[in-house]
Design a protein around this ligand. Structure first.
Ligand code: MN
Length: 202
């Protein structure tokens, strides 16, 4: 199997009161786990299809593969994007790049907050590195993998599927997104920014 569920880098209760332990535990142990098993089972079904030379279900399998790998990817990033010691604002080169590409940290924060809050249905808000323009962009992701700029690398992601917040915040998605800013792990995002900038598209 290619995919395994990563442990959370902190206890279930570590992000309280911003993220309630029960909501976080179900989110990680059940929802994220389902994307991992979905990616592995789809990979197995693709292997069987190749062995049989039967690609009758290929279109559906490819869609399922993209959905589950993308869900696994974004959740894996999301857990590390948060920390009990998080919050505040970025420093150094990441702070300078946000200033350059969005005008100010506050303008960036407002755009990403609204990108997340205004997702119609299930999706994510994301700060991503876009290698063609060599710049940071905010993206509004539908499901786990739609509405993306190809080649962009997610650095900071905010899950706004109802499963992410409904147990704690009910229908108040904006309250959840605003609370998440209090636990954002800026050193993790700065490290992702540094790594992503080394990738170029020619
Ligand atoms: Mn989720």
């Amino acid at each position: 199997m290619s995919y395994t569920l990563p442990d959370l880098p902190y206890d279930y209760s570590a992000l309280e009161p911003h993220y309630q332990a029960e909501n976080l535990q179900i989110h990680h142990d059940k929802h994220h786990a389902a994307y991992v098993s979905g990616a592995n089972s789809t990979e197995e079904r693709l292997s069987e299809a190749r062995e049989k030379g039967d690609f009758a279900n290929l279109v559906g399998l490819e869609k399922t593969l993209a959905f589950n790998i993308s869900g696994h990817m974004l959740h894996s990033i999301f857990w590390k994007n948060m920390s009990p010691d998080g919050g505040g604002a970025p420093e150094g080169e990441l702070a300078a790049a946000i200033q350059e590409h969005f005008g100010s940290f506050d303008a960036f924060k407002a755009q990403l907050t609204q990108a997340a809050v205004l997702v119609q249905g299930s999706g994510w808000g994301a700060l991503s590195w876009e290698p063609l323009g060599q710049r940071l962009i905010v993206q509004q992701i539908y499901d786990h993998h739609a509405n993306l700029a190809n080649g962009s690398t997610p650095l900071l992601v905010i899950d706004v599927w109802e499963h992410a917040y409904y147990l704690q915040y009910r229908n108040m998605r904006a309250d959840f997104v605003n609370a998440i800013w209090n636990v954002i792990n800026w050193p993790d995002i700065a490290a992702r920014f540094e790594a992503a900038r080394k990738n170029s598209i020619n």
